[in-house]
Design a protein. Structure first.
Length: 162
């Protein structure tokens, strides 16, 4: 092994090897990036027209203010980025800097766009939290699988008969 090969996943498959088709996380990352760009740079707020629905949610559950709903939506928006990058990248420590750069870039362009779009530091924080949650979710799933594999192995008997 030269060190250039991708690390094997839990089940012995290459995490980012070719030929995985629809399950290839790189393809999902491209699709996610297109959707993220559409959401981030749409000329109006993506929740425009949802006022009645959001008001009914905040009336029904008063703790769910608009600010909390928006923060949660931003966390959920970047959760796939953290998860997909965790499936793709060998060096997972790069995920949060990538998320930070992406969200600062998005917010910077939104501030230059003018109109209905507004930049927000809360969005930056929520987006990075979302990427972190995605990374942690993948780490937890992989840890659980490794633990299950270890616990499902037959135990060897080391008792000697005398």
């Amino acid at each position: 092994m030269t060190g250039a090969e991708p690390r094997a996943g839990v089940e012995g498959r290459s995490r980012n090897g070719p030929g995985r088709g629809a399950s290839d996380p790189r393809l999902w990352l491209v699709a996610y990036a297109v959707a993220l760009i559409l959401v981030a740079f749409w000329p109006s707020h993506v929740d425009q027209g949802m006022g009645v629905f959001l008001r009914s949610v905040t009336d029904l559950v008063p703790v769910m203010t608009y600010a909390r709903i928006e923060f949660t939506a931003n966390v959920l928006l970047f959760l796939p980025l953290g998860a997909l990058l965790a499936l793709i990248l060998e060096r997972r420590f790069l995920i949060l800097p990538i998320a930070l750069i992406a969200t600062v870039g998005i917010e910077s362009v939104q501030s230059l766009m003018g109109g209905a779009r507004t930049a927000s530091m809360h969005d930056v924080i929520a987006n990075v939290v979302g990427a972190c949650v995605g990374l942690l979710l993948v780490e937890w799933i992989e840890w659980s699988r490794r633990r299950h594999l270890i616990n499902s192995r037959p135990r060897s008997r080391t008792m000697r008969h005398e």
